[in-house]
Design a protein around this ligand. Structure first.
Ligand SMILES: [Zn+2]
Length: 485
């Protein structure tokens, strides 16, 4: 080819490509517009309270190596959908509590720790679930915590302190979600009733019944109950750990999700928003209890699997979101010296399949193990607990001393001395270590699959989560941070 013909060839090629792009661009723009304007009819919000990416990863590896199974959250939601990271800090702290972070996720503004559905400047925007209800969508609130706990509360009502449980229950009665399920019966019973923890004489269960709610309190009743409105209170306060659960009594997060999907689908309607929280991921992490934590994540993941099946049947109308409010405990598998006093490469033990097998051998929560030991355990009590529930695990002399004398193990808070020592013992034997017992500032994952999922991709602030949902619910007013609605 001569220089001239070469130039002519490249000029022609460029024109062809540009022409092609010009033809393509309006089509692509139309596609983007169409994608952006699509609105989900069925929205699942799965909140893994206290879960960081390592909580998921350790469960994913556990499922793979112990059961040869996958994990729905990573293998389906993250892989087939979109994946993002979100900041978690609150308005007044670098480390958030569940109230402030749920306020950010549900109301689109930063709040102070402890505040429920109220922005740091005192303004009270409508929450995602309030907007959805106004649109005629059904609302389901499901949690393994007491239903008056901070996260479900911040998604639906507004109050200055997460500790005002009686008032939160009354606010639910005004808000009237179609489904309200979890623990926390004690704050529905009047103070003169056995087990009642209310400060007044109101029978909140009766008041909910008067508003047309069917009331259930056992797994069996939940399986049989019919809507449209259901109040399910399955324990006095928080529901029990999955690892300790007697299958005949309390339902699991999976059971509650299954029932919720069944009931919310009854009759024709404008769709639903179903909020599902597993609080016990956070609670087990506060207790440095890796075995209980894995059982919780597995059960939560089975519930996500139900939403995934639903999505497969309604792919053009469904959005599944799986996220967390903050990480708890700073969990990681890591190498350590084989003996506490020995430092050097020879005596180092690194995490392996054996670590996961050891975790698998634990069939009791640390909370229950601590209760079995009681207030003043003898050395024999400790030996029999180790022999029965932690076979082959080593209890160092230092930790035995802590158990016998109830010594504090460093600057610990949240868990009692016995539970803290047992948590440290499990860590030494499984290589699953924790940097502490509180929440951390790690950014959290947000997985999204279905209609509008692409909005949640990338590195975002946790207030953006609510803003995307406002847009997907057709809320025209885009909220400025902390603005009054
Ligand atoms: Zn917590």
């Amino acid at each position: 080819m001569t220089d001239k013909s070469q130039r002519r060839f490249f000029a022609l090629l460029a024109m062809t490509l540009l022409g092609g792009c010009a033809l393509l661009m309006p089509f692509q723009a139309r596609q983007v517009d169409a994608l952006q304007s699509r609105k989900p009819k069925f929205i699942f919000i799965f909140l893994a309270d206290g879960a960081g990416i390592t909580h998921l990863e350790i469960t994913r590896m556990y499922n793979q190596l112990v059961y040869n199974e996958g994990l729905n959250i990573t293998d389906r939601i993250f892989t087939e959908g979109s994946l993002g990271l979100m900041t978690t800090h609150s308005a007044d702290r670098l480390v958030s509590d569940s109230a402030a972070s749920a306020t950010a996720l549900a109301n689109g503004c930063k709040a102070k720790n402890g505040w429920v559905g109220i922005c740091a400047d005192g303004s009270i925007p409508k929450s995602v679930l309030e907007i959805a209800k106004r649109r005629g969508m059904k609302i389901g609130l499901v949690t393994s915590a007491a239903v008056y706990d901070a996260s479900p509360a911040a998604f639906s009502i507004h109050i200055h302190s997460r500790r005002l449980a009686d008032e939160i229950v009354e606010a639910y009665l005004d808000y009237q979600p179609d489904l309200l399920m979890g623990g926390g019966r004690n704050r529905f019973l009047p103070k003169d009733r056995k087990e009642g923890r209310r400060k007044d004489y109101k029978d909140m269960i009766a008041l909910f019944r008067n508003k047309g709610y069917a009331y259930v309190s056992t797994r069996q009743e939940l399986m049989e109950v019919e809507g449209p409105k259901v109040l399910g209170l399955f324990s006095l306060a928080d529901m029990g750990f999955e690892i300790d659960r007697d299958e005949g009594s309390e339902p699991s997060v999976f059971d509650m999700t299954q029932a919720a999907i069944r009931i919310l689908q009854e009759g024709k309607g404008m769709g639903f928003v179903l909020f599902i929280e597993n609080e016990n991921i956070d609670t087990s992490a506060h207790l440095s209890d890796v075995a209980a934590l894995i059982h919780e994540v597995r059960e939560f993941d089975r519930a996500v699997g139900l939403a995934y099946e639903f999505y497969k049947k309604h792919p053009q109308e469904t959005l599944i979101l799986v996220t967390s409010d903050h990480e708890t405990g700073g969990l990681a598998l890591t190498g350590a010296a084989r003996q506490i006093k020995f430092i050097g490469p020879v005596g180092r033990v690194l995490p392996s399949r054996e670590s996961l097998k050891r975790i698998h051998s634990i069939r009791i929560s640390i909370r229950r193990a601590a209760r079995l030991l009681g207030r003043r355990p003898s050395s024999e009590d400790i030996d029999s607990l180790m022999a029965e529930h932690f076979k082959g695990f080593v209890l160092t002399a230092e930790l035995r001393e802590v158990l016998l004398k109830k010594k504090r193990l460093g600057p610990t808070f949240y868990s009692k001395a016995t539970a803290a020592a047992l948590g440290a013992m499990v860590a030494h034997n499984t290589q699953a270590y924790w940097i502490g017992r509180g929440h951390t500032n790690q950014p959290v994952f947000v997985g999204a699959l279905g209609v509008g999922a692409e909005r949640f991709r990338g590195y975002q602030d946790n207030t953006d989560f609510a803003r995307h949902l406002f847009a997907l619910l057709g809320e025209k007013r885009q909220q400025a941070e902390g603005s009054e609605q």
